[in-house]
Write a protein that binds this ligand. Structure first.
Ligand code: FAD
Length: 455
């Protein structure tokens, strides 16, 4: 290519996708990564959590073996084998990410990147500068890390963040999970499936405060059926550590004793030590780097994507942001460019039942006073769900009553995270309910519930 030097700091989903797309388009790309190719997504977040949940899901399914005509199964968790497996999935993904980039001619430089000027990135290993890279364009994609409140001291043994949980040396006897957003509920599901007693501290009146109350209610019912204790309307304010216990105190005076505590109260952006001031890049009060719809920062040739950009903190969104950045860097945004529409991002919660949604939610439409058509089909009416012995859940489709265009949908039930892709495609491509209803899906398949909801 004509010499576009593109330096990416941080090799998570945003950085890797940007590097790969830019290399394909002809840029001279360097990725600076201080830890592992694949990023926190691979090492700490999406991948290990879902690998642990996959094991938990099998345990949970085995406990229901009798429903499928088997004598009772009582699986036992082998923590060492589980740790090896989780690491193996991470390693394989890091290796395939690395070899894909290298095959595209991307140079991967190990070390911490720091901007020393608007066009220069210094790489340091163990605090020692090892290389200075000149750049025509820079992507900042350094991600985020778990937020630890001032009142907690994480010791990695009894008081944990998610980063110490893959898996911990012992399965906690009684885990107290602080925070009931997506991460909190996924870890409740994970550890209760693996055999822990769990108490969940819920600061609002329902788990998943940003979700549809109907969806939250299904999850709460599942938690209660598993024996999870819900401590509703309580905010944790202190954790005390004993020799073999933890005590979590709440603002309303409630005290919860457990063997371990897990803090899941969100994340903070990794913007410190990046040299943003030297490059003239603006950071907001919360430490995020504000961007426009091309993911440009206030300095035109410096971009930010992924969690650092303070938009939707999802690996899937980070990757598409990275792709858009690469196209912009290479001047492709002028042709057939579609801006990334964050409102059309599908997301999932890997609990039992699985929960996934995309686009306009029913409650949101009512709040906006927008006329919608909502159709709902229970899993119990779907042959595949009954064959698989798990008919809990439903599919909900939101469409425009005048045009039939699919505006959104939510799915609660097994394989929701896979099925929602069909609705995501419909929402992105402005398909109508008729397009879904007339698609020739497989029988018996859960997707038939979507076609039925579209009728
Ligand atoms: C427990 C948990 C589970 C999650 N599960 C999901 C899920 O199932 N699906 C989903 O879509 N999202 C999930 N997320 C969110 C997802 O992990 C993040 O949105 C995603 O990782 C953000 O990607 P990123 O590209 O911003 O960078 P990250 O994945 O955060 O990676 C950033 C990289 O930058 C590197 N880095 C940082 N600073 C420097 C520096 N100065 N120099 C060089 N390298 C640097 C880091 O080492 C890291 O490798 C989860 C989050 C958590 C906490």
């Amino acid at each position: 290519m004509g010499g576009m030097r593109f330096v990416v700091i941080g090799g998570g989903p945003a950085g890797l996708r940007a590097a790969s797309t830019a290399a394909r388009l002809g840029a001279d790309v360097v990725v600076v990564e201080r830890d592992v190719v694949g990023g926190a997504a691979n090492l700490w977040d999406c991948v290990p959590s879902k690998a642990m949940i996959a094991t938990g899901a099998l345990v949970s399914r085995a406990r229901r073996a009798e429903l499928l005509g088997l004598s009772p199964l009582t699986p036992e968790v082998d923590l060492k084998a589980l740790a090896v497996r989780v690491r193996d999935v991470e390693d394989r993904l890091a290796a395939s990410g690395t070899s894909q980039l290298e095959s595209q001619g991307v140079r991967i430089v190990r070390g911490a990147g720091c901007m020393t000027g608007p066009h220069t990135v210094e790489v340091a290993v163990a605090g020692e500068a090892v290389e200075t890279l000149d750049a025509d364009a820079v992507l900042l994609s350094t991600g985020s890390s778990p937020r630890v409140p001032a009142w907690a001291t994480v010791d990695g043994a009894r008081v944990l963040t998610t980063r110490q949980a893959y898996p911990p040396p012992v399965i906690p006897e009684h885990l107290v999970v602080i925070g009931s957003g997506v991460t909190g509920v996924e870890f409740v599901h994970m550890f209760s499936s693996l055999g822990s007693d769990v108490t969940l501290i819920v600061s609002r009146q329902q788990v998943l405060p940003s979700k549809d109350p109907e969806v939250a209610a299904v999850l709460e019912a599942n938690f209660l059926a598993r024996g999870v204790r819900l401590c509703i309307g309580a905010r944790a304010v202190a954790i005390e550590r004993g020799d073999a216990s933890v005590t979590v105190r709440c603002d309303d005076g409630r005290v919860i004793n457990g063997s371990h505590a897990l803090i899941c109260i969100g994340s903070i952006p990794c913007s410190e030590g990046l040299g943003l001031e030297s490059a003239g890049v603006t950071v907001n009060a919360a430490g995020y780097v504000p961007v426009n719809h091309h993911c440009q920062t206030n300095v035109g040739h410096i971009y930010a994507a992924g969690d650092l950009s303070g938009r939707l903190p999802l690996a899937s969104v980070a990757a598409v942001q990275g792709h858009k950045v690469a196209e912009h860097v290479m001047g492709l945004h002028t042709r057939q460019h579609r801006h990334l529409d964050y409102d059309k991002a599908a997301s999932a919660i890997f609990t039992e039942p699985e929960i996934a949604d995309v686009g306009l939610a029913e409650a949101e439409a009512f709040a906006l006073g927008r006329k919608i058509r909502v159709t709902k089909v229970p899993y119990a009416a779907n042959s595949r769900a009954l064959i698989d012995g798990d008919s809990r859940g439903f599919v909900k489709l939101v469409s425009d009553p005048a045009t039939g265009v699919v505006l959104g949908g939510s799915i609660v039930g097994s394989h929701a995270a896979e099925l929602v892709s069909v609705i995501a495609l419909a929402v992105t491509a402005n398909l109508r309910v008729l397009d879904l209803a007339e698609s020739l899906f497989v029988h018996p398949a859960l997707a038939e519930a979507l076609a039925e909801a579209a009728e």
